[in-house]
Structure formats: C-alpha cells, structure tokens
Design a protein around this ligand. Sequence first.
Ligand SMILES: [Zn+2]
Length: 453
Amino acid sequence: MGLLSQSAFAFFAAARLRTAWAALGVVAFDKLLQGNSQQTVFSQNDIPDPWSHEPSCFRSTSIATAGKQFCIYTANTTGPTGVSIITTPEAAQTIEELQFLDDNPLDNFLTHQQAQELFTKDPPYEVRKVEGKGLGVFATRKILKYETVMIDQASVVEDMEIEKAFSAQEARTMLAQAVNQLRRPQIVRAMSSDHGGHDSSDTEDDDDDGEGKLETDIMLTNAYGSEVTGRKFRNLFPLISRINHACSPNSYVLFSRAGISMAIKTYRDIEAGEELSVSYLTLGQTFAHRTHALRRWGFTCTCSLCTLPSTAKAESDLRRSLIAQSDSKILEMWNADKYSDAIGLAIEGIQMIKDEGLEHFLTDQYALLAKLWMLAGERKKAEAWARKSWDMLAGMGYLGNEDEQEMWDMETFLERVGSGAMKAVNRVPASLRDGGGSKEGLGVDERLVEVQK
Ligand SMILES: [Zn+2]
C-alpha cells in the first residue's frame, strides 16, 4: 500500500460524489449540523416524500451525544426490498436534498443498452452453495474485463454514530425495526445463512434471542462501509453480499454517487463456472495481516493467495511489504532532491504491483508518476502517465459515464489524484461496533500525503 496506491479508487468515488453534490447545489451539510441538532424535521401525521413510513425517532442515551436524535426513515418504493436509513434528521434532510433515493443504478453504472441487456437477458451469474462458505456467486458465461455483472441497492443504511449514541440493545432494537419496515424484510433475514463459517457467538455481549440480534449479526457480517457528506454509514446490499471474499479477487465494488447503489465489476475476463470474488479487506496486505483481519468474519481464507506454498507466500508478502513502503521511500527521495531515483522506484513499483495482481493500485501508481514528472517540469511525460491512469479509471467506471468524463480536465485530474480522502469499499468488521475505529472496516486508508517539491 502506498501513499497514493489505493486512494484513487476511493478518491474517484468521492470526486464523483462531490461533483453530484455540486451540481445539486448542496454544500450546507455542516451548517445543518450546527445549532439545530435537536430539530425535528417531520411533524407527526405528515409523512413526506420520499418516505413511506412516518420517521420513528429515538433520543441518544449516551452522555457524549445526549439528547441527539436518530430516526428510522424507510422508503419502500425503491430497490429490491425498499430501504431503511437510520440517521439524524439533519442527515435525512440532506439525503432528500441530494435526491439520494433517486440514485438510479443504471445512470451510474450502465449505458442504456447495457442496462437493457442486464435486465432482459439472464444474469451472467448464479447463486449456489459452496462447500464451507454457505452460498457463492458463479459466472454462467464468460464475463469480460470491467463488465458490470451485478447491481444492487442497499436495504439498510445505518449511521455508524448510533453505536456511540445508544446502548447495544437499543441499537439492535432500532435495526430490527428498520428491517421490519422494509417491503420485503425476509430477503434481509434470509442472509443470516449466506456465509458459512461466521460464528455469531464471537460477539461478546450477546443475549442469543434478543430483539435485533439476527439483524445485527447480518449487518456486521455483510455490510459495506461508505461515507456520505462526512458521515460514515454501513450499508447492507442483499445481492452483492452473497459474493465471497478472496484476497486477490477477480471483482470489485463500485459505489454510486449517492452511495445507495453498488455495482460489481470485474478486474479481468472471467470464465463460465468461475466463482466471483471481492476483497472484504483493504487490498495489498500480507498473509498474517489478512488472516488476522478475516477472523472477524469467522472464516479461514482458502483463496489462491492464502493457499500458496510457503516459499511463494513469503515472496508475495515481501513484495507486498515493499509496495507498502514504496511511496514513503519515493517521497523521501524526492524530498532529498533525488528526483530520478524517486521516479525509477515508482516505475519499479509498477512491476511489483502487477506481479502481486494488485492492478487496482496501478491507477495511483501511474498518477504518482504523472505528478512526479509534473513537478520535474516534464509536462509531456506527466500527461502520458496521467493518460494511463485516466484510461484505467475510466475503464473501471470511476470517472462516470462519458458525459461526466468530459468534465475532467488534465489539470484537475492531476491536482486531485493522490489527495484521496474517502473510505468507501470494504465491509465493516464487528470491532467497529465497539468504537474500535479499525481502518480495516473503513476500507481504504486515508492517505493525504502530498508529493511536493
Ligand atoms: Zn486469502
């Protein structure tokens, strides 16, 4: 992992969000939070669009956020199950203003023709049982590199601040109600058996049949973290959650602008019969770190990377450590005026990244090279590397549709790449419930280091 390596992934999701917000003229979230945190947006007997239930509100019982309100907002007109959002009235108002619920996945991930194909033909995958893993998702035909295989909309979106604001049982009760209010709560509840190996007894404060226990377990096992307008959420995607983990996955998740929809896209061509996989963890970690991090999901990884012979595994770990250190080394060299050494190391990094199958890091590695050449005053070289990064990000879907891509110019691109600040992708581990603040669950590490001469 490097200072730039993973952040473009997250960054472009963030950039797209920012663009969408700017277009809607919504910048006032912070202002909304000031001074009126007790404000109730909705009066009783008045269920405003887009919600299908009267928001049901709870006041925080913790000292830190005493009196702060969190409500359950359900909109049952959207997605396969409807969506329930647990958050503050202020955030809900922003969600309305952002037209969060109109966030049609088709606009985000597919052209009109692709959408037609995805919805009129049989899906290119099937869900079936996998030995030791519960269910898994398998390709039913050849799937091409960067193809959008699956789109899904969140069923439950939970503000992570509720963990600090309420007791564990209060939070569970709210979650149970959020699921109950969905149009098809059974789809969410059926997820409890999807990932074999998850042992629900590993959370400490269980009372086994307490209200919301099942829903909470499902959330912690399956949710993806996201960040919208500075608030952190866990999102439960019923369909996408069926995809199992691999440390060197063949697919990745791409959030929509508003974060309520998600697509599964592939890193490479996938043959019929192959299982689709995504990484629940930040990419690029060594075997020991991965093994430790995956304990939260209660399974031992048997992916191709984790089952390498020990010599090959040690080589992989070494490369991963070097990749992780490479950005700070490059920065160090740069700051010591060793410009060509720094650029040479960045170029070496490309091969290591490829050897490790961490193509996702290339977008940032290319952008880093662009930035270094830019700083060195070699604009043509800078643009050539920026183009490589751009092409890859566009191919992967991070620059939006063709119209949106036109909004990017090279200056902005170079300026923004490497300033990644959003954590968007990975699943949220149980430890976060206890305020653990693990980076793992937040997905991409924040790397705000800027390369400056
Ligand atoms: Zn693995």
